[in-house]
Design a binder for this molecule. Structure first.
Ligand SMILES: Cc1cc2nc3c(=O)[nH]c(=O)nc-3n(C[C@H](O)[C@H](O)[C@H](O)COP(=O)(O)OP(=O)(O)OC[C@H]3O[C@@H](n4cnc5c(N)ncnc54)[C@H](O)[C@@H]3O)c2cc1C
Length: 329
């Protein structure tokens, strides 16, 4: 491990101070630090000042709001999410996704906000500086090339946060604090460009995720090389509402195959308004596989990740249909 270069650390206790500190050049949000600190040691990314959110107690709370929505503060740890009764019972797909992150130590340290805002990853970029020096600088290093996809004009590094597809499927809303606080559907915080992958400006930070009072049923699945710790090679979540003898308003979302989660609208249309037969589930999996175009920047090769996507979507849909037919009481 390389030593960290000297950095300053500030831990404001009020939101206005946090916003002011984050507006300064070279400032970065520090949450649990489980990804940021090892990344800084390899200069991926770099910053001068860490602005810790640990002084904002409200960001740790998980509570039901007056309108029945569940508000999860961005500093709630993944371990908090895995064991919280309201999440386990009402939003089990989110608990499953949080449980799939890294290892027990990482879940105890890592936060939901850090998982949602996790920097994008690429096997050409997530390397020590000396390794990277052997290649021309890529988009993320201030250059003008993507080693994974030379024909692309933008960075295709991977959004690897496991909770992201589950939050999209559950129709979560992101609460951003800054000079002008705002709320937006979670998928809208991702730009689709791996270099600046979040619509979160300097001086802003993710404060909370809000989940609907009456959530759809949902399921999450992940593919990774080593089940004990690895980042996803692909992950997927699905959701729908069972009403009048049919699944309605389905959401099929695949992630960890590019810089933003992907909604598979063709599969959603196919699944809307019916019960799910085996043929329909398999066809939806095929549509998901065709909707994703991963690049050679993960551990698994491109074809392997596409096949994984098909399997994940099929299994998640199967989980939901099986639970409907044979509910676990
Ligand atoms: C060996 C290893 C294995 C891992 N495996 C997985 C895995 O399988 N799945 C997975 O999803 N992750 C994995 N991770 C990454 C990481 O541990 C988790 O994603 C964790 O949830 C990150 O949360 P954190 O609070 O530690 O974030 P930090 O490391 O503090 O921050 C991560 C990034 O998000 C930004 N950020 C954090 N909070 C906010 C906020 N509230 N508003 C705006 N920006 C914010 C930070 O500036 C930083 O860029 C792994 C990490 C390691 C080292």
């Amino acid at each position: 491990m390389m030593p960290l270069r000297p950095l300053s650390l500030t831990t404001p206790s009020r939101p206005e101070e946090t916003v002011a500190a984050l507006a300064a050049e070279g400032a970065a949000v520090l949450a649990g630090g489980s990804d940021l600190i090892p990344g800084l040691a390899w200069e991926i990314p770099t910053c001068d000042t860490l602005v810790s959110l640990a002084g904002l107690d409200a960001l740790r709370r998980i509570e039901t709001e007056e309108d029945g929505r569940l508000r999860i503060g961005a500093m709630a740890t993944l371990a908090d999410i895995v064991r919280h009764p309201l999440i386990r019972v009402g939003y089990p797909a989110l608990a499953d996704a949080a449980q799939a992150v890294g290892s027990p130590e990482l879940r105890a340290q890592g936060t939901l906000g850090g998982n949602v805002c996790l920097g994008t990853r690429c096997r050409f970029r997530n390397q020590p500086p000396l390794w990277r020096e052997a290649l021309a600088p890529c988009w993320q290093s201030g250059g003008e090339v993507c080693h994974a996809a030379p024909a692309k004009e933008t960075c295709v590094a991977i959004l690897s946060g496991d909770t992201v597809p589950a939050l999209v499927a559950l129709r979560a809303e992101a609460e951003i604090w800054g000079r002008r606080p705002r709320r937006l559907p979670i998928e809208e915080i991702y730009t689709g460009d791996g270099t600046h992958h979040l619509h979160i400006a300097p001086g802003e930070f993710l404060a909370a995720l809000r989940l609907p009072a009456a959530p759809p049923r949902a399921a999450f699945r992940k593919w990774r090389t080593r089940a004990s710790i690895d980042f996803p090679e692909a992950n997927a979540a699905v959701s729908a509402v069972w009403r009048d003898g049919a699944w309605r308003e389905p959401v099929v979302v695949v992630s960890a195959v590019g810089p933003a989660p992907i909604r598979v609208q063709a599969a959603e249309s196919l699944l809307d308004g019916s019960a799910w037969s085996e043929e329909r589930i398999l066809a939806a999996g095929d549509l998901a596989r065709r909707a994703v175009h991963p690049y050679d920047n993960g551990q698994l090769n491109v074809a392997g990740r596409q096949i994984a996507v098909r399997g994940l979507v099929v299994r998640a849909l199967g989980d939901m249909e099986m639970e409907r037919r044979e509910p676990v009481l």
